[in-house]
Write a protein that binds this ligand. Structure first.
Ligand code: PRX
Length: 655
């Protein structure tokens, strides 16, 4: 599909200007306004951000310095005191929003809950006191491994309230993956649930936590807090494990928000890179609060009577920034849905939109393509007329899917914001502003004000119009990651040492390839490193390879992404076996299950390709480029002269 996408986006010339009705009521009303704001921010980024930080957020104490930039390390609003939980909750309580719905939640089985700002504040304060009572202090890391239930957001906000950085681990990750992350973060306490509902099945989360911490597997973990969700039996260890509801009901609802330093760590979120070990992306408080607040406001154009729904999981950055922090900081109504489309209810998203009158809907291209395949019948059978804005995130959206989203879901009246960003960027970086930007299907259009992005060659020189290059950001921004947890060197060499501008400037290298068209619009092509984007989930090829070689049958493994119509990319693994093993269907299944056990179901390879040999250079490096071609069923393109044994290609084709 990548090749098809590239071909079709090269020919894409349809234009969709914002409608006058939308623009009239939008925060940013015209392209001229965008341009003006953009240029102002570019000329003096520090004043731009400082003005907005003052206007949009509550500070206990104002900063002394807007930006301290010692490349590649940035500090924003240095000396400022702030608390993001205060900005998401307390400050709304003195306004009419006190009794407005902050969080609307629907569970997969159809149970529902709505929390007003006052109620959410009370729950968060109580839970913050529970954490304190269990010995969590400012600076202690807390692991969160939860289903999509309100308690996930409550837990995050409670951690933020007392200054204990959280590390949310997606509930689909296995106990092994959980263990690695909790160990790296040295989490003191883990918050989980007995289980969650996913695709009509119960997922036993507490059991995974038990497995991860068994035999002192995570020595730092002292306590486990368990939300009762599925009511399935779980083992509770006396003195270690506590029920959320029992402690919560006893806890005091008074818990003033801690005045955090602007640069205090807010959370760590693990994401995949080019090595086998995920990176602990560190985000801090003040800059992240401002960046997620402002991007939510201007990009989703959220108004007070809107119901806003982002379908991501809180275990990913999209859930952090655009289910929890960004919307709540704006006093918006954010909807959280536990379910995903499943055979028993493939149209559940459209039901939710109709039931709650969702106005703003933010989802991923992989979901859109899956819906497209199911046909127009499901969405057409629902009333989706409440929608006024649609968003897309996670991977390039192919023009066909964009058009379907526009016509069938948006009824040709909703602007689409195709938002490019990453775990590392904290918030959306390149995107249309819905009242201002003319969109082109397949392009994420132009940078957000304050973001200086470009497409360059390895020396940092801008490439020609429509020529492919590397996507970079040339100036620090408030939402950027600050470091890799406990590993500043990895931060430096992962993001700042690939592109070398001759004049000594530092460019942030995103790991994506892109081009810019005649109007400067960005067209993101996908990762240029060893990262696979499968169903919008980011995985390192090395991670999957490490999981495979940890199986006794596997001698060597090389993993690549194979273009897939719905998933974007599917995981394709070339595997050589140890001498005493031979290929079989059973072994194939066993290896797939093994990867799922080591990492999680999202990493299960679609294909295992047994082979006797892997194509290597004379220096022993696996030639992934060739493997990508082979996996995609394409002719092997480019130079093969460095290949140690050209006969390998024939063997692999035959395999
Ligand atoms: O390759 C880009 C792709 O997703 C990567 C970031 O993944 P992650 O950190 O998991 O965050 C996903 C949600 C923000 C990027 O390097 N990506 C994300 N959004 C887009 C995209 N590619 C093209 N267009 C997008 N809108």
């Amino acid at each position: 599909m990548t090749t098809n996408t590239i071909e079709s986006v090269l020919n894409e010339n349809r234009l969709f200007p914002p409608s006058p009705e939308f623009s009239q009521n939008a925060y940013i009303k015209s392209f001229e306004d965008y341009k003006q704001i953009y240029e102002k921010a570019k000329a003096d980024p520090e004043s731009f951000w400082a003005e907005l930080a003052e206007k949009e957020l509550h500070w206990f104490q104002k900063w002394e310095k807007v930006l301290d930039w010692q490349p590649p390390f940035a500090k924003w609003f240095v000396g400022g005191k702030i608390n993001i939980s205060y900005n998401c909750l307390d400050r709304h309580l003195t306004t009419w929003r006190k009794n407005k719905a902050a969080l609307i939640w629907e569970g997969e089985p159809g149970d529902t809950r709505t929390l007003t700002y006052a109620q959410l504040h009370r729950e968060v304060c109580q839970f913050a006191n529970v954490l304190k009572q269990l010995g969590v202090h400012k600076g202690d890391r807390v692991g969160i491994y939860m289903p999509m239930i309100p308690e996930s957001a409550i837990a995050m906000l409670a951690c933020a309230r007392i200054g204990a950085p959280h590390t949310v681990v997606f509930g689909g990750f296995s106990s092994e993956a959980l263990k690695d992350r909790l160990n790296d973060a040295e989490a003191k306490l883990v918050i989980t649930a007995d289980g969650g509902f996913r695709k009509d099945k119960v997922v036993a989360l507490k059991e995974q936590v038990d497995l991860a911490i068994a035999d002192n597997g995570v020595p730092s973990v002292e306590r486990v807090l368990v939300v009762q969700r599925t009511k399935e039996p779980v083992t509770m260890v006396e003195g270690r494990d506590y029920w959320w509801h029992e402690l919560q009901k006893e806890a005091s609802p008074n818990c003033p928000a801690e005045a955090m330093d602007s640069e205090d760590m807010l959370f760590i979120l693990y994401t995949s890179g080019t090595t086998g070990k995920p990176k602990g992306v560190v985000h801090t408080t003040g800059g992240y609060n401002l960046y997620t607040h402002l991007t939510t406001k201007w990009i989703f154009d959220v108004k007070d009577d809107d119901v806003y729904w982002c379908t991501a999981d809180v275990g990913w950055i999209t859930g952090h920034s655009y289910i929890v922090y960004g919307p709540l900081s704006n006093g918006a109504t954010t909807l959280m849905y536990e379910g995903v489309p499943r055979p028993s209810n493939p149209g559940c998203f459209w039901d939710v939109i109709e039931k709650y009158g969702v106005n703003i809907f933010y989802t991923a291209p992989t979901a859109i393509r899956a819906f497209m395949k199911m046909g127009d019948g499901l969405p057409n059978a629902r009333n989706l007329s409440s929608l006024r804005l649609l968003g897309s995130v996670g991977e390039p959206i192919n023009p066909e899917a964009w058009m379907w989203y526009h016509q069938v879901i948006g009824g040709e009246k909703c602007p689409i914001v195709d938002t490019w960003w990453q775990t590392e960027t904290g918030g959306i970086m390149i995107t249309p502003l819905p009242g201002a930007t003319t969109t082109k299907p397949g392009s994420c259009t132009l940078p957000f004000p304050g973001i200086i992005a470009d497409v360059v060659d390895l020396d940092g020189n801008p490439v020609n119009v429509n020529e492919g290059g590397y996507l970079v950001v040339k100036h620090p921004w408030p939402g950027m990651m600050r470091t890799v947890y406990k590993n500043p060197e990895r931060f430096r060499n992962s993001y700042w040492e690939h592109i070398y501008p001759k004049d000594g400037q530092y460019f942030y290298f995103a790991g994506d390839g892109a081009r810019r068209d005649e109007e400067g619009y960005f067209w993101v092509m996908g990762r240029v490193d060893d990262v696979i984007n499968t169903s919008g989930h980011r995985l390192g090829t090395m991670e999957v390879e490490s999981a495979l070689v940890s199986h006794p049958a596997v001698a060597e493994a090389a993993v690549v992404g194979r273009p897939d119509e719905v998933k974007g990319e599917d995981i394709y693994a070339f595997v050589t076996l140890e001498n005493n093993y031979s290929p079989s269907d059973e072994l194939m299944k066993e290896l797939k299950d093994h990867v799922a056990k080591e990492i999680g179901a999202i990493a299960r390879p679609g294909t295992i390709h047994f082979t006797d040999v892997l194509p290597k250079t004379r220096s022993g490096k696996i030639m992934r480029r060739l493997l990508r071609n082979l996996a995609a069923g394409q002719e092997v393109a480019g130079d093969t002269s460095t290949l140690e044994d050209v006969g390998v290609l024939e063997k692999l084709r035959g395999g």
